[in-house]
Design a protein around this ligand. Structure first.
Ligand SMILES: NC(=O)c1ccc[n+]([C@@H]2O[C@H](COP(=O)([O-])OP(=O)(O)OC[C@H]3O[C@@H](n4cnc5c(N)ncnc54)[C@H](OP(=O)(O)O)[C@@H]3O)[C@@H](O)[C@H]2O)c1
Length: 278
């Protein structure tokens, strides 16, 4: 896709060391000849990703290790970009966490604040700090990787849904505010096979098997997301479960969630035990 608007752009991808972020970063490098600056916390994971990319991308991929949920880290990152005279064209906010499925009163305040800070406030900081620079690009763009959890809230996902719902609302406003000046894309994937479920299920248990059954393959999800970005789609909903949640969230806002709860209870798996057990 040599005539794609992404060709040769400089892109910041948060959460580039694993899962969908790594897939997105690799596609930008390999298919669109972009310069990618990856952001994540773990050096070991980032080094593994660099090794997988191979030496051909040494000049095109660089990374910064920092926690995206800290405002000062973004300010420092921005200063470094300015010092090095780097013009970023595209920001992809992808880093995120999924708190263990649980009933609201069973979350600690720390868990709640951590999820809001990583999933929502990180995007507030990155956009607030990066927008002035992005607007100097000939093709400014922000893509926020949200979730199907923003389309419909299920039992056990109060905090995750709140963080992703807030991100959806903020992105939709920003999209209109910058219409004609900057491409703003919102991506709502359904369950996808990545490491995000690492704390959710017992290895080899029934919960893990069910999650594997209903989750979309990560490479396929990345392909769908990249197609949407290449075509500057405003809203992307990917995965059968995400489409269900989109329709149910609109048509059956109360009974839809209730129906999902019945299915989750009937499944009787470790994954949902914290939600329904007294
Ligand atoms: N997988 C799904 O089913 C699914 C469904 C819908 C939406 N999503 C969303 O898609 C995005 C990517 O998820 P994924 O499934 O690819 O997750 P993943 O495999 O767990 O990867 C998450 C990435 O984010 C980085 N990260 C996490 N917390 C960070 C922090 N505080 N600061 C900097 N980097 C951080 C991780 O690296 P470090 O640990 O090294 O920091 C890693 O590179 C998330 O926003 C998630 O909510 C996922």
């Amino acid at each position: 896709m040599s005539n794609c608007w992404l060709q040769g752009k400089t892109v910041v991808v948060t959460g580039a060391s694993g899962g969908m972020g790594a897939g997105i970063a690799a596609t930008l490098l390999k298919k669109h000849n972009c310069k990618v600056i990856g952001v994540a916390r773990s050096e070991a994971k980032m080094k593994k990703f660099v090794e997988e990319l191979g030496p051909a991308y040494e000049d095109k991929f660089s990374y910064k290790l920092f926690d995206v949920s800290n405002k000062e880290n973004w300010e420092k990152f921005y200063e470094e970009l300015v010092e090095k005279d780097i013009q970023v064209d595209v920001l992809i906010n992808n880093a995120g966490i999924l708190p263990k499925f649980n009933r609201f009163d069973r979350y600690t305040m720390d868990e709640i604040e951590r999820a809001m800070n990583i999933n929502f406030y990180s995007c507030v900081y990155s956009m607030k700090i990066m927008i002035p620079m992005l607007l100097k690009s000939t093709t400014p763009a922000i893509i926020n990787i949200d979730s199907s959890a923003a389309l419909m809230s299920l039992a056990g996902t109060s905090i995750y849904s709140a963080s992703k719902g807030a991100l959806k609302s903020m992105t939709e406003s920003i999209r209109e505010e910058f219409r004609g000046k900057m491409y703003v894309g919102l991506v709502c994937p359904g369950f996808t096979k990545t490491d995000i479920f690492r704390d959710q299920t017992n290895e080899g248990g029934k919960g893990e098997k069910i999650m594997n059954m209903i989750s979309t393959d990560c490479d396929l999800m990345v392909k769908m997301i990249m197609f949407g970005i290449e075509h500057k789609q405003s809203l992307q909903i990917h995965g059968v479960d995400a489409h269900f949640m989109s329709v149910f969230g609109k048509l059956l806002p109360v009974n839809g969630s209730r129906l999902f709860s019945s299915v989750m209870k009937a499944a009787n798996i470790d994954l949902f035990s914290g939600i329904f057990d007294d």
